[in-house]
Design a protein around this ligand. Structure first.
Ligand SMILES: *Cc1c(COP(=O)(O)O)cnc(C)c1O
Length: 405
């Protein structure tokens, strides 16, 4: 086995070799600009882009005309939120979102707040879910858009998207969802789920980095948005700039594969993940699942290990590429904003680790991970006076600490 082993599929995925193969010609002989209308180089590039557009649309139940290419989910989110804010600012200046969103949504909302918009940040349940009731309570006559992620990237919790979408449509409010972790892994259908704007990215579904898509509904209702980048008027004026043809071809192929194989991937990853959790709970003890046991991505396992310190644990499992706290903020020692919003205590947030499973994870890799994890946790607990006290039956919540902060 080649170490370290990759267990960070929520951060990014390796390119599927079939995707690479489809992309390769578009770096070399098929180098045309998809906007060149006067010769076959351009025509063939455009044809490839349109094929990819149809493949992406098909995965999410959309029409190809409703897909706009971007540089990834972050850009799709920015374009969607700022684009509708610019377009519909007359109607009102209120946004509803949640505390568990990716920073791309939260920071874009902060930007809107600076421009005078009001944003309601919904609190999740203890398992990280946003309830349709909480959305309903937050809606106001001046609400323009509701932005709730399909599935959370840290704890994998899946939100009741269809119910939230139906509510928004009934109330005449636009519904945006960041489906970066959901598309290609669980069923996503913009019609049945009442989605108006949907964001996804290539590199979370075995496609290339730096390419993503934004779905913009064209009827019932027809959603309009203001471009955030000025230029040649590509993508029906919504996103200027010469298209990344190889990337787009790769994203399309990744969506095609996901549509054909998502069930197989789901069964593969959930079998490995469930087996992993069963054994970790049995062999290690004092482990807590962060997330929703019933509404969760099939490939995510976010666990907190009591009586160990997060940084030491990460060092103890150095042959496993995992993420602690939050992938995006773990450089700082701030506990994850998602776990904090879910009410996870500071200690348990600091000792949380996200294990991600994917298309290329094997049983042997999982066996190795369990062994290394078990050894590391046991070794750290042997050094922990708190663990010793807990083993002696002392209720730690009643202990008065010297110099506690
Ligand atoms: C990875 C991720 C993003 C950002 O995607 P990029 O393509 O890297 O910009 C946004 N939202 C969620 C939920 C993600 O997991």
């Amino acid at each position: 086995m080649k170490l370290p082993l990759y267990f960070d599929y929520q951060a990014t995925t390796p390119l599927d070799p079939r995707v690479l193969e489809t992309m390769l010609p578009y770096f070399t002989e098929e180098f045309g600009n998809a906007a060149s209308r006067s010769h076959p180089f351009g025509w063939r590039a455009e044809e490839a882009v349109e094929k990819a557009r149809a493949q992406i649309a098909s995965l999410i139940g959309a029409n190809a005309k409703e897909i706009v290419f971007t540089s990834g989910a972050t850009e799709s989110i920015n374009l969607a939120l700022k684009g509708v804010a610019d377009m519909y600012g007359e109607k009102g200046r209120h946004v509803v979102t949640s505390l568990t969103e990716h920073k791309a949504v939260l920071d874009t909302c902060k930007h809107l707040e600076k421009l005078g918009w009001e944003v309601t940040y919904l609190e999740p349940t203890k398992t990280g879910r946003i309830t349709v009731e909480s959305v309903e309570k937050a809606l106001r006559p001046d609400t323009v858009v509701v932005a709730i992620m399909w599935a959370n990237n840290e704890v994998g919790t899946v939100n009741p998207i269809r119910e939230i979408g139906a509510l928004c449509h009934a109330k005449g409010v636009l519904f945006l969802t960041d489906a970066t972790q959901a598309a290609g892994k669980i069923p996503v259908d913009v019609e049945a789920d009442h989605v108006d704007l949907l964001c996804l990215t290539g590199h979370k579904i075995y496609g290339p980095k730096g390419v993503g898509a934004l779905y913009v509904r064209r009827k019932n209702p027809r959603v309009r948005l203001t471009a955030q980048m000025d230029g040649g008027g590509h993508e029906r004026g919504m996103r200027s700039g010469t298209l990344n043809v190889p990337g787009i071809v790769g994203l399309g192929r990744a969506c095609e594969i996901a549509q054909a194989e998502w069930k197989k991937d789901l069964e593969h990853t959930s079998r490995l993940r469930d087996d992993f959790e069963r054994r970790v709970f049995a062999e290690i003890g004092h482990v807590k699942l962060n997330g929703d046991p019933d509404h969760r991505l099939p490939n995510n396992s976010n666990l907190s290990f009591a009586f160990v310190e997060g940084e030491s644990l990460i060092m103890g499992i150095k042959d496993l590429a995992v993420s602690s706290g939050s992938a995006c903020t773990s450089a700082s020692l701030e506990p994850s904003h998602v776990l904090r919003a879910m009410g996870v205590g500071e200690d348990m947030a600091h000792s949380s680790i996200r294990f991600g499973f994917g298309r290329f994870t094997t049983k042997e890799q999982v066996d190795f991970a369990i062994e290394q994890l078990t050894t590391a946790v046991r070794r750290l607990r042997e050094l922990s006076p708190l663990y010793e006290m807990a083993q002696e039956g002392i209720d730690l919540s009643t202990v008065k600490w010297q110099g506690a902060h």
